[in-house]
Write a protein that binds this ligand. Structure first.
Ligand code: AMP
Length: 456
C-alpha cells in the first residue's frame, strides 16, 4: 500500500505584529475649542470688542510667557496661584519663566516698559487671550483657559471703579445673562496691616478649628482665610472683625463713593465683607460677578476685579493708581449654553458652485475667486465630483442658489443658476453670472453686502 505522502507545510515565521500606535490625547485640564462652539465665542468676542469701542479701550496683547518674578512680585508669593498653580520652568538660556496665570501683571509691566505714563491718563486697555493655571481640573476649571479683561491705568477716582463695574455688569446683561455683583473693599496696605493683626488676634485662640490651609494662611496670608470655602472656617469667620469696619478715612470714603455711584446705575450688587480675591495686588475696591442664583457657588464666579493702586510701583514704575476686571470665557460660554441663549450664527454662503469635469473644476476655481472679490460669500466642495452630492451639500448649507458648471456650459461659455428651493434653473452667459446672481439674491434679501459680518 502506497504510503501517504505527508506534505509538510512550512509555516513562515510570524511577523511581529506592529502594535497600533496609541493616539496622543489632550493634556489633562486642556480643552479644544471646537468649530461647533465658535459661534458662542464669536458672539462674546463681538460684544467685548463693542464694549471696548464704546468706552474707548484699546486692545493690548502681551506674551503668554513672562519672567516668573513678574507674577511672584505682583500676584504675591504666598497666593495659591504662585505657590501651587504656575506653569514655571527654566528656559534654555537659564531664565526662570512662567506661563501667565492672569493678565494684569503683564499689562502693568507693558505700561511701565512702554512709558505709557506719558500718554493721557487713564490709559484704557483691554485684552483677550489664553491663561494657564496648574489647578485641579473640574467643570468650569481648566489648566488653559481664556479671559478678557479691561484695565484703566492712571486714575485714582472712585468713579473709575464704578464705571468698570457698570461696564462689566452691562456686558453680561447684554449677552443675556442675569448677573449680580458682589463688592467689598480690602483697603490699602496701612489699614490692612492693622486689620490683619486684629484678625490673627481673633483667630489664634480658635486656630484648632481652622482647616490645614488656613492654619498655614495665618502665618503667610491671613486675609485669604476670609474667603476659605471650608464650612468650619466660614462659621468661624462669621464672628470675626470685618475689614470694612477698619478702613482708614481715605479708603472708607473711596468705598462709600463707589457705592454711591453704583446706586445711580442699574447695577445689582451685594456687599460681601469676605471678598478678598486670590491675588495680593488688590487695594480698596474688589468685586466679583456671579450668575443670579449662584452667588454661593465659588466655581460659578464669572469674573472679578478691583483696584490695584500699588502694583505699578511694585513692578518698578512710578506710583500709578489703576483698576480693572477680568472674565473667564469658558465659564461664560458654559453659562450661555446652560441658559440656552440664542447667539448669531455664521452667515450662510450666498451661493454654492457645483462643477462636473476637469475643465469645469478649473473654471469653478477661478469663479470662486471672482465672486469672492465682489464680496459674495461662496461655497464649493472640490472633493465631491457628482452633481447630486454637491447639490445636497448646498441644500444642507442652506444656500438659496447654486451655480452649475459642466462640460456643456464650458463649451457654451454659460453657467446654470439653480434656485435651490424651486429647483428651477436658468442659463446665463458666463460674463453675466455676477449681475444675474446679485439680482436674484437682492430680490430675496435687499442688499447682499449687509449679509456679511465685520471680519467675516
Ligand atoms: P481670577 O483671575 O482668578 O479672578 O479669575 C477671573 C475669572 O477667570 C474667573 O471668574 C473664571 O471665570 C476664570 N477662571 C479663572 N481660573 C480659571 C480656570 N482655571 N479655568 C477656567 N476659568 C478660569
Amino acid at each position: 500500500m502506497p504510503r501517504k505522502k505527508t506534505i509538510k507545510t512550512v509555516v513562515s515565521p510570524k511577523k511581529t505584529e506592529e502594535k497600533p500606535k496609541k493616539p496622543i490625547q489632550l493634556l489633562r485640564g486642556m480643552k479644544d475649542t471646537l468649530p461647533e462652539i465658535q459661534d458662542v465665542w464669536d458672539y462674546v468676542r463681538n460684544e467685548v470688542e463693542g464694549l471696548a469701542q464704546d468706552y474707548s479701550y484699546s486692545r493690548i496683547d502681551t506674551p503668554v510667557l513672562e519672567e516668573t518674578n513678574l507674577f511672584t512680585r505682583s500676584v504675591g508669593e504666598n497666593t495659591d496661584i504662585v505657590e501651587k498653580e504656575m506653569f514655571s520652568f527654566i528656559d534654555k538660556g537659564g531664565d526662570h519663566v512662567s506661563l501667565r496665570p492672569e493678565g494684569t501683571a503683564g499689562i502693568a509691566r507693558a505700561y511701565i516698559e512702554h512709558g505709557m505714563l506719558n500718554q493721557p491718563q487713564p490709559v484704557r486697555l483691554y485684552y483677550w487671550g489664553p491663561f494657564f493655571r496648574y489647578d485641579r481640573p473640574q467643570a468650569g476649571r481648566y489648566r488653559q483657559f481664556h479671559q478678557f479683561g479691561f484695565e484703566a491705568i492712571g486714575d485714582a477716582q472712585p468713579i473709575i471703579d464704578a464705571q468698570l463695574i457698570v461696564m462689566c455688569f452691562s456686558l453680561y446683561r447684554k449677552i443675556g445673562l442675569p448677573v449680580i455683583i458682589q463688592i467689598n473693599s480690602v483697603g490699602c496696605k496701612n489699614c490692612r496691616k492693622e486689620y490683619e493683626q486684629l484678625l490673627i488676634d481673633y483667630l489664634t485662640p480658635r486656630k484648632k478649628f481652622l482647616c490645614e490651609d488656613c492654619k498655614r494662611r495665618m502665618q503667610k496670608n491671613s486675609l485669604r482665610i476670609l474667603d476659605c470655602k471650608n464650612p468650619e472656617c466660614r462659621e468661624l469667620i462669621q464672628d470675626a472683625p470685618q475689614l470694612v469696619d477698619h478702613l482708614d478715612e481715605e479708603c472708607k470714603n473711596h468705598f462709600v463713593k463707589v457705592l454711591e455711584y453704583l446706586d445711580e446705575t442699574e447695577v445689582a450688587y451685594n456687599l460681601n465683607p469676605y471678598l478678598v480675591r486670590g491675588l495680593d495686588y488688590y487695594t480698596k475696591t474688589t468685586f466679583e460677578i456671579y450668575l443670579e442664583g449662584k452667588e454661593n457657588d465659588s466655581q460659578a464666579v464669572l469674573g472679578g476685579g478691583g483696584r490695584y493702586d500699588d502694583l505699578i510701583e511694585l513692578l518698578g514704575g512710578r506710583p500709578t493708581p489703576a483698576c480693572g476686571f477680568a472674565s473667564g470665557i469658558e465659564r461664560l460660554a458654559l453659562s450661555i449654553r446652560e441658559k440656552e441663549i440664542i447667539v448669531p450664527t455664521a452667515p450662510k454662503p450666498d451661493v454654492f458652485i457645483a462643477q462636473l469635469g476637469e475643465s469645469a473644476k478649473k473654471k469653478a476655481l477661478k469663479l470662486v475667486e471672482e465672486l469672492r472679490q465682489k464680496k459674495m460669500k461662496v461655497s464649493c466642495n472640490f472633493s465631491k465630483d457628482g452633481l447630486k452630492n454637491q447639490l445636497s451639500l448646498a441644500s444642507r448649507l442652506g444656500v438659496k442658489f447654486s451655480l452649475i458648471l459642466g462640460q456643456k456650459e464650458i463649451l457654451d461659455r454659460t453657467v446654470l443658476i439653480r434656485d435651490m428651493e424651486s429647483g428651477s434653473q436658468e442659463v446665463v452667459d458666463f460674463n453675466r453670472v455676477y449681475d444675474e446672481l446679485k439680482k436674484k439674491i437682492e430680490k430675496i434679501q435687499p442688499i447682499i453686502q449687509n449679509n456679511h459680518r465685520i471680519g467675516g
